[in-house]
Design a protein around this ligand. Structure first.
Ligand SMILES: *Cc1c(COP(=O)(O)O)cnc(C)c1O
Length: 414
């Protein structure tokens, strides 16, 4: 395909997306109202952005930000910290905070995200894992794209302490979950096993809908700030939000028993966390539109996508089956070439820490590794599915899709 053909393909695809874009706009507005209401309730002002040092006692920027997250999720308490290095760290902190030797973790959505497999102790690397600490693990497969509630309940035993639900597809070819999908499971667990904690890996799911898993019975929601809720502006960090007793227990693991959330300073400004949260509904809408447009474009070329452009979305990820390794590599290279940062780098598959297969990653981001910015990645395994996510602006997303098509043409694999 030449440039003109690519332009008209993408422009035709975008015409098909109009109604879906309107729905995305409506969710953006709804969530922007929610953010503004919460900021107003907490009377956010310039003093909340001020840096702190040392122990960080009475750090008003930190404490207010944590209350804002709690309000936004209609939850009791939150941990929102720059020192949480990634989503995996936040999720790992949650699990190590809640599970004791002899306890069991049950995944209700099949095999979890690659890096979580390492945390649990499912890979060769056992040092420091839950398994080494004597925490056992079970999982139940999803059924018809949803949580198989009877099967989860049947897998509960006297050791089960935490049931984990992963909203996003990760590197699996499955549907992502919307918050209301967890309600039947939450209801049954509360009725039959009230002591079990329902935890949701909320990565990539925030602000996709008008509500969050805590609105449907999740006891704790966990995610990364260099994904949706950082709005493309937060430089690092993670969050956990939920029931008071659950967050308080985790806080003892975050710092130390007796210290919990009372300490923790940040020598840079908190402004990017506040501004990022304010931007997040818009940034998520731009990422969603890019995903929808990519889906429609590649569907027009006869490729398999999940979700299809007009399917309900529970996360910002778009999976596209490339079927051939060369095509997957060319796609990722095209995305990289259209990046504002590191456009000169040519991605190749490599052995990445925490992942079992070789992985190829295209990411030319201002915040290193931020996947709310446009990025594409894939484990090098059949059927060579590209997972793309993010884009701070739809214009960038559109340009990158075109660049990827051009690169695939040039490499003779479209
Ligand atoms: C991104 C992600 C994580 C955590 O990944 P990090 O790169 O460590 O932030 C965990 N689970 C899911 C489903 C994710 O999408």
């Amino acid at each position: 395909m030449d440039k003109l053909m690519i332009d008209s393909l993408v422009s035709d695809a975008e015409k098909d997306c109009r109604e879906i874009f309107e729905k995305i706009d409506a969710v953006e507005e709804f969530n922007t109202v929610r953010v503004l209401e919460v900021f107003s309730a907490e009377e956010v002002a310039a003093r909340h952005f001020a840096p702190t040092t040392g122990y960080g006692y009475d750090d008003v920027g930190r404490d207010t930000l944590e209350r804002i997250f709690a309000r936004l999720f209609h939850a009791d308490k939150a941990i929102v910290r720059p020192h949480i290095v990634s989503g995996t760290h936040a999720l790992s902190l949650c699990l190590f905070g809640l599970l004791l030797p002899g306890d069991e973790l049950l995944s209700a959505t099949g095999r979890p995200y690659d890096t979580m497999q390492t945390v649990i102790g499912l890979t060769d690397d056992k040092v420091g894992t839950l398994a080494e600490m004597g925490v056992s693990y079970r999982e139940t497969e999803m059924k018809d794209g949803g949580i198989d509630v009877p099967s989860v309940l049947a897998s509960v035993n006297e050791k089960t302490k935490v049931v984990m639900v992963q909203r996003s597809r990760g590197y699996a070819w499955r549907r992502s979950l919307v918050p209301s999908d967890i309600e039947p499971l939450a209801r049954e667990l509360k009725a039959r096993f009230p002591k079990i904690i329902l935890m949701v890996d909320n990565c990539y799911g925030e602000f996709i809908c008008k509500n969050e898993p805590t609105d449907f019975g999740a006891d704790v929601c966990v995610g990364s700030l260099i994904k949706n809720l950082g709005g493309g502006i937060a430089p690092t960090g993670g969050y956990l939000v939920g029931r008071a007793d659950v967050i308080e227990r985790i806080a003892c693991r975050l710092t130390a028993p007796g210290i919990a959330l009372e300490e923790g300073s940040y020598a840079a400004s908190y402004r990017p966390f506040y501004q990022g949260l304010f931007m997040a509904p818009h940034t998520v809408s731009q990422a969603l539109k890019t995903a929808v447009l990519a889906a429609r474009t590649f569907e027009k070329l006869g490729m398999k996508t999940t979700p299809a452009y007009n399917e309900t979305r529970g996360d910002i990820i778009q999976a596209i089956e490339m079927t051939k390794p060369e095509r997957l590599v060319a796609f990722c290279q095209g995305i990289q070439m259209a990046s504002p940062v590191d456009s000169m780098a040519l991605p190749e598959p490599w052995d990445m820490p925490g992942y079992a297969d070789k992985v190829i990653m295209a990411a030319g981001t201002f915040v290193s590794g931020a996947s709310i910015e446009l990025s594409a990645d894939a484990p090098m395994r059949e059927p060579y599915t590209a997972y793309m996510q993010g884009a701070l602006t739809l214009a960038h997303g559109r340009i990158a899709i075109k660049k990827a098509l051009l690169r695939m043409t040039e490499m003779g694999c479209l």
